[in-house]
Design a protein around this ligand. Structure first.
Ligand SMILES: NC(=O)c1ccc[n+]([C@@H]2O[C@H](COP(=O)([O-])OP(=O)(O)OC[C@H]3O[C@@H](n4cnc5c(N)ncnc54)[C@H](O)[C@@H]3O)[C@@H](O)[C@H]2O)c1
Length: 326
């Protein structure tokens, strides 16, 4: 099967390209390299194309004629989306519209879309189910919700089948250590924590200690990046077998508090690093945990790495090796 991966040079996309390559899929990456790195694309060709450049995108589609697209390309920084909403709507929403049009031109049948648990805003219940209300609280979340809507509407007239995957907190790195998360301004908890543990950042901030949770810090559902990528392969199999277009939460269904994660990073790394307690950040829900029943039952998703220590260990190993490449 020929698969075009947008954003395949980025963190999650590069793990996806590796998994697809290992499984024998024919893969092509489209990325504008605004965040991604060419060295991270381990299988297939990389085309440096911006989704906003429709002509160039269409050319790639007509040449490669993908049967499926996995669409990761997006701007992903929540605070930046608050400062520059139009940039996010253009890149994430208009970019998706261009992609849908190019898919139709090339006769591409299947789409797996990277969505986010940020759509749920401040959830009314935990764990969160797919049918729960979607009320994003920042332009990043809205840009993803608009893209979801466009995909759903276009699917009914174009015949494109889709699986929308709403990711919870993605973390960890390739267990073989070939690729991992690279970010100039890291905001993700586990990434920041391993950067502190390896001496690249002086201390770790905890934002808010007065949430209505057992230890007062936020609770999140961390999913290993390779298990997340496996969910995309399960989704493609499902669509290929005629499965109906649908939305799926991807998380383990178990939450850890910020303090629990910090304690575990200290244990795994053996470094007792400095932690600084700060005020709450605007827009952080107290808890965000997936109900993943649908992904397990319908997509037959079988995660392998549901182990916080393993997630941290792979992130830490990557960080240690990446320091030496810089
Ligand atoms: N990391 C997480 O925890 C998380 C959680 C929920 C959802 N997601 C979603 O997963 C996807 C991948 O996220 P990531 O963490 O790997 O981010 P990332 O920034 O590492 O990867 C995104 C990639 O897309 C490329 N890109 C951006 N805009 C583009 C455009 N207009 N044209 C072509 N390429 C473009 C970037 O260069 C980058 O390589 C995103 O859609 C994001 O919204 C991520």
């Amino acid at each position: 099967m020929r698969i075009l991966v947008t954003g395949g040079a980025g963190y999650i996309g590069s793990h996806m390209v590796k998994l697809l390559g290992e499984r024998g899929y024919e893969v092509l990456t489209v990325d504008n390299l605004s965040e991604g790195n060419p060295w991270a694309v381990l299988y297939g060709d990389l085309r440096v194309v911006d989704l906003l450049n429709y002509k160039a995108l269409e050319e790639v589609f007509l040449e490669f004629k993908p049967e499926a697209v996995i669409h990761f390309a997006a701007k992903v920084k929540v605070p930046e989306s608050v400062r520059k909403p139009l940039l996010y709507y253009e890149n994430n929403f208009v970019g998706t519209l261009n992609l849908l049009q190019a898919m139709q031109r090339a006769g591409t049948k299947y789409l797996v879309f990277s969505s986010t648990a940020a759509l749920y805003g401040i959830p009314q219940r935990i764990p969160v189910k797919e049918e729960d209300p979607t009320e994003p609280i920042n332009p990043y979340g809205w840009s993803k919700l608009f893209a979801e809507r466009a995909i759903r509407d276009f699917s009914s007239v174009s015949g494109i089948s889709y699986a929308i995957l709403r990711y919870f907190n993605v973390a960890g790195a390739d267990p073989e250590g070939k690729i991992g998360q690279v970010s100039k301004e890291p905001t993700h908890l586990i990434l920041r924590a391993v950067k502190v543990a390896t001496g690249q950042i002086p201390y770790l901030e905890v934002f808010g200690t007065d949430y209505p949770t057992p230890d007062g810090t936020c609770i999140r559902d961390f999913v290993h990046v390779v298990d997340l990528c496996q969910a995309h392969i399960s989704a493609l199999d499902y669509l290929q077998k005629g499965g109906k277009s649908d939305i799926f939460n991807i998380g383990y269904g178990r939450g850890y508090s910020v303090l629990e994660v910090i304690q575990r990073v200290k244990e795994v790394s053996g470094v007792d690093f400095k932690v600084v307690y700060a005020n709450r950040r605007e827009g952080d829900p107290p808890a965000l945990v997936a109900d993943n029943t649908k992904a397990k039952e319908v997509l037959k998703w079988q995660p392998k790495y549901d182990d916080l220590s393993f997630i941290i260990e792979t992130a830490l190993n990557w960080e240690k090796s990446y320091i030496h490449c810089q």
